[in-house]
Each structure stands twice: as structure tokens, then as C-alpha cells.
Design a protein around this ligand. Structure first.
Ligand code: 3Y8
Ligand code: NAP
Length: 243
């Protein structure tokens, strides 16, 4: 009988958990514990880091995990790298359930940057009204460009004031709608949107809204992850599990 560990935190992970519950395939979803109220799930959930590769190796062995599905966000590079290493070490089969990167379409004005530091550097210049829809973890890096007014969208109320002299916080969690994002950008007179190339549908709304308003987007490319087997949809994952 399989015993699947799903590394979660995305819409695809939640959809996979629903499919595993329906198929009555024993599985556990793992969250890091980043936000106060993670989405409830139809299968057992564990919360917290494993303790690096050794901790994940121990978890896989102690819980007799038969398969790992890495359905984390494309920017969760440390977790994905650890999963590759721990599954190599233990021989537990691994597949990643990930979504293709977004590609620009006619009407998009993207400036691509390789990473967060590249996005900060690209913001040099006169003051603008910037929507930073990249979450909480990297906000402090943007203090290097204090001249802008930042619209920050966060999952939880910030526990300390973000280190940006001019900012507005909007507390909201996705998935978002293009109409609401367009109204938000208009209400705050946004003239530039900063986004991770997350892919998927959960936050593509800000790209659709930027296109409708003719706004430029600073698009942060994904970090490198070691090679692993990849699926882009749930039936492929279920086929892999039954093989
Ligand atoms: C804790 C668990 C589901 C999953 C829903 C997806 C979609 C909505 C859009 C914007 C972009 C951002 C952020 C975002 C989205 C989904 C998905 C996604 C982006 C939750 C969740 C956890 C997290 C962690 C959180 C990060 C932050 C990133 C906000 C649950 C709600 C910006 C990524 O405050 C913090 O510390 C937040 C941290 C990592 C990135 C960052 O650096 O701040 N996600 N998001 C997971 C854990 O503990 O393991 O409650 O569902 C999940 C979701 N957030 O099942 O429906 O699939 O991507 N998440 C980005 O893409 O840029 C918001 O605002 O436009
Ligand atoms: P990360 O930088 O790749 O991981 C840092 C450490 O957090 C990992 O080494 C691991 O700790 C722990 N961790 C990460 N994901 C975990 C999980 N699903 N279960 C248990 N431990 C986990 O990860 P991150 O970018 O902070 O993302 C954290 C979570 O938020 C992930 O579940 C991810 O899918 C979700 N998320 C992230 C983003 C984003 O933009 N980064 C967007 C949406 C959702 P140990 O080394 O101690 O095991």
C-alpha cells in the first residue's frame, strides 16, 4: 500500500490532496507553517520544517514513505533541492507537480530579472507607485529603493512594520481575480507591478490586470532546482503512483 508524502503550499497541491482522498490513497500533506491559518485539507497534515536533508531522510524512513510528490511553489527552491537529495539518499521515488512558467503575450510589457536582487536593482530611478505582490519574505531587500510608494499584498497582518518609508499594506490571500486586481491597481494609482514567475492560476490575475491597464511588469525568473521527474497535471501524478 502506498504511503505518499505531498510537499504542499500551492493550489496544485491542494487539488492533488483532494484527488488522493477520493482515490483513498494514504497520503500526508506537509506545510512549512509560514502562514497563520493554512488551508484545511482532506488528508492528514504535518506542519514545520524537517531539519534539512538529514531531517527529511529520517522522516521518510520513520514514516515508511513510499513516494514523495513535491508540489511546492517554484520559488521554494530549498525545499525542492532537499527533496531531490533526500530521495536520492533513501531511494524513495520522487515526482514534482509544478506549473509551467508564465510567458508574455501580446499587450504585455515585461522586464525580466533573474532574481529578487535583480528586481531591487531594476527599481533604481525616480519615485514610482509599485505593487509588490511577492509576499513578505523579501520585503526588506526593497528598502534599498526607498523612493517608491509600495503597495504590499500580504497573507497575514505584518507583525512588524515593513522597512519601507512609504507603503500601503493589503492583507489578502489568493487565488485572486483580475477584476479585483485591476480595481486595486487603479485605486492605488499603480504604475509598475513586481511579480515572481509563479505560473499557475492563483496569482495570474495581476498580470491580466496589468495588461488591461497597460502597466509594465518586473518579472522575476524562477530559481534553479536540480533535475527531477516532473508532472504538470494530476492524472500524470496518479499514473506515476500506480505504476
Ligand atoms: C503557507 C498555505 C491553496 C494554495 C494557494 C499558488 C496560489 C494562492 C498566489 C500575489 C501573489 C505569493 C505567496 C501566493 C499565492 C496561492 C496558494 C499562493 C503569492 C499560501 C499558504 C502558504 C503560503 C506561503 C506564502 C509565502 C509567500 C507566497 C503569498 C495556504 C496562502 C506572494 C507567492 O507571509 C508569508 O510568510 C508568506 C509566505 C511563501 C511568498 C513570500 O516570499 O512571502 N506564499 N501561501 C505554505 C506553508 O506553510 O507551507 O494557506 O494555502 C498558499 C498560496 N499562496 O491551497 O489554495 O498556488 O501559488 N503566495 C508568489 O507567487 O509570488 C501571492 O499577492 O499576487
Ligand atoms: P523554501 O525557502 O524552499 O524552504 C525553506 C525551508 O522551509 C525548507 O528547507 C524546509 O525546512 C521548510 N519548508 C519549505 N516548504 C516546506 C513544506 N512544504 N513542508 C515542510 N517544510 C517546508 O520554501 P519557501 O519558499 O519559504 O516556501 C514555504 C512554503 O510556502 C512551501 O510550502 C511553499 O510551497 C509555499 N509557498 C511558497 C511560495 C514562495 O513564493 N516561495 C509561494 C506560495 C507557496 P527544513 O530544511 O527544516 O526541512
Amino acid at each position: 500500500m502506498p504511503n505518499v508524502l505531498v510537499l504542499g503550499g500551492t493550489m496544485e497541491a491542494s487539488a492533488l490532496c483532494r484527488a488522493l482522498a477520493e482515490a483513498q490513497i494514504p497520503a500526508t500533506l506537509s506545510y512549512m507553517g509560514r502562514v497563520e491559518r493554512p488551508r484545511p485539507q482532506p488528508i492528514p497534515v504535518r506542519i514545520g520544517g524537517f531539519g534539512g536533508v538529514p531531517g527529511l531522510v529520517a522522516y521518510l524512513r520513520d514514516h515508511a514513505v513510499s513516494h514523495v510528490v513535491d508540489a511546492t511553489h517554484p520559488f521554494a527552491a530549498q525545499m525542492s533541492t532537499n527533496a531531490v537529495r533526500a530521495c536520492d539518499e533513501t531511494g524513495v521515488p520522487l515526482i514534482a507537480l509544478t506549473r509551467p512558467a508564465w510567458q508574455p503575450v501580446p499587450g504585455d510589457t515585461w522586464q525580466r530579472v533573474p532574481d529578487m536582487a535583480g528586481a531591487v536593482a531594476a527599481l533604481a530611478g525616480p519615485p514610482r507607485r509599485v505593487m509588490l505582490a511577492i509576499g513578505r519574505l523579501h520585503l526588506a531587500e526593497f528598502a534599498a529603493q526607498p523612493q517608491h510608494h509600495y503597495l504590499l499584498r500580504l497573507v497575514d497582518e505584518p507583525t512588524e512594520t515593513p522597512p519601507l518609508p512609504r507603503h500601503t499594506v493589503v492583507v489578502d490571500r489568493g487565488p485572486f481575480s483580475a477584476e479585483a486586481d485591476e480595481a486595486l491597481m487603479r485605486d492605488h494609482a499603480i504604475d509598475l507591478v513586481v511579480s515572481k514567475n509563479a505560473g499557475g492560476t492563483g496569482s495570474v490575475s495581476k498580470l491580466t490586470a496589468a495588461r488591461a491597464l497597460g502597466l509594465p511588469v518586473l518579472m522575476i525568473d524562477r530559481p534553479q532546482i536540480p533535475p527531477r521527474r516532473i508532472a504538470h497535471d494530476i492524472p500524470d501524478v496518479l499514473d506515476w503512483l500506480s505504476a
